[in-house]
Design a protein around this ligand. Structure first.
Ligand code: IPM
Ligand code: MN
Length: 356
């Protein structure tokens, strides 16, 4: 059986890291006798330049037909002053919506070798291993109206959710907690927002369906603080779109670098999309020095969640860890005693570890 993977390299370092992930997948395909077929489509700024839109129809069509999608990153200064419907980010938000990718899973696991690269004290991050379950297709990102009003003298963004949208992400989080350490932290702002009050009610209602999961409610401001003062208290965190966006960047410091953080965006029934949590990093794009690990770990998540290839996914994760354990690091990860490598050297090391 052949697996058809659509690659959406996008902008900045997106292309550099996505071809790194492809090399790793090709090593896996040889070792495990799997057939992966790759095709590439445009999204984001390159799509604006090539097709006049950040999300061409043929890209959406190809993703819908695919068995899984890998996405690099979108955005860059070239398009920063574009009107909002011609911004690269619109392409990313558009494909999330078009594929109904409501569940964004962002695992955050400190690698022992990288503890020193974190700005936090080692004793604080030691042993931290958490999963952020972020709602991805609702809330402030998509609510209407979102516009300037009153002749530009006022502005409105809308935070809207249906009950059903909340229920499905909360269910996903309970299910994720059941597969891990059975502790769920629901993050909201129920002391202020109506949407958060409903969110909290739903979590309370659902508790009885998952009796072996311990549930805790934490306000988002407190959660932001606890993430960096006591990260080991978390197992699974579930939260709405915007809170999840902010908390997941914050949590990335636990891994030493945003360049280490993979993610999976899943639909209820349909194709999954896998992308690093980092952006297009225009400041280092084109230099071949980007850290490909977040993208490579995202492709491992693809193997696990979309193709049920657990052993192959583990193989990639173990390979990454073994290369880090040998003290190799990219420029984003400070390590005075280690060996600094670029994108392709890091990729080759991971491929070599797989082939061993
Ligand atoms: C992310 C990114 C995106 C988001 C941007 C690029 C629109 O920050 O995937 O976290 O806000 O969701
Ligand atoms: Mn983000």
């Amino acid at each position: 059986m052949s697996h058809n993977i659509v690659l959406l390299p996008g902008d900045g370092i997106g292309a550099e890291v996505i071809y790194a992930a492809k090399d790793v997948l090709e090593a896996i395909s040889k070792k495990y006798n799997r057939t992966f077929q790759f095709s590439s489509y445009d999204i984001g700024g390159v799509a604006i330049d090539q097709h006049g839109t950040p999300l061409p129809d043929e890209t959406v069509e190809a993703c819908k037909q695919a068995d899984a999608v890998l996405l690099g990153a979108v955005g860059g200064p070239k398009w920063d002053n574009n009107p909002s419907d011609l911004r690269p980010e619109r392409g990313l938000l558009g494909i999330r919506k078009a594929l109904d990718l409501y569940a964004n899973l962002r695992p955050v696991k400190g690698f022992p070798k990288l503890l020193h690269a974190s700005p936090l004290k080692e004793e604080i991050i030691q042993g931290s291993d958490l999963l952020i379950v972020r709602e991805l297709t609702g809330g402030l990102y998509f609510g209407q109206p979102s516009e300037r009003i009153d002749n530009g003298n006022a502005v409105v963004d809308t935070l809207s959710y249906t009950k059903r949208e909340m229920e499905r992400i909360i269910d996903k989080a309970f299910q994720s907690a059941a597969l891990r350490n059975k502790h769920l932290t629901s993050v909201d702002k129920a002391n202020v927002l109506e949407s958060s009050k409903l969110w909290r009610e739903i979590v309370e209602e659902k508790k009885s369906e998952y009796p072996d999961i311990t549930v805790e409610h934490v306000l988002v401001d407190a959660a932001a603080m606890k993430l960096i003062t006591n990260p080991t208290q978390f197992d699974v965190i579930v939260t709405e779109n915007m809170f999840g966006d902010i908390l997941s960047d914050e949590a990335s410091v636990l891994t030493g670098s945003l360049g280490m953080l993979p993610s999976a965006s899943l639909a209820e029934d349909g194709v999954g999309l896998y992308e690093p949590a980092h952006g297009s990093a225009p400041d280092i794009a084109g230099q071949g020095i980007a850290n490909p690990v977040a993208m490579i770990l995202s492709s491992a998540m693809m193997l696990r969640y979309s193709f049920d290839m657990n052993q192959e996914a583990n193989e990639i994760e173990v390979a990454v860890e073994s290369v880090l354990n040998q003290n190799y690091h990219t420029a984003d990860l400070k390590n005075e005693h280690g060996t600094l490598v670029n994108t392709s050297e890091m990729t080759d090391l991971i491929v070599k570890a797989i082939n061993q």
